[in-house]
Ligand binder design. Sequence first.
Ligand SMILES: [Zn+2]
Length: 59
Amino acid sequence: MAVPRNRVSNAKKNSRRAHHAKKPKNLSGCPHCGVSKLPHRMCSSCGHYKGKAIISSAT
Ligand SMILES: [Zn+2]
């Protein structure tokens, strides 16, 4: 197993982790009911996906 030759300084470690921040979720509006939903997922409010009702029991 590879072993680090030198200890990574706090500044080097922190500057590497400067790019690790979480991005906000990519939400888009449902074309059927307008509620914001995740892309490529069925709408949890009306049960529609790609213009078709996947779950008919939902309103
Ligand atoms: Zn919807």
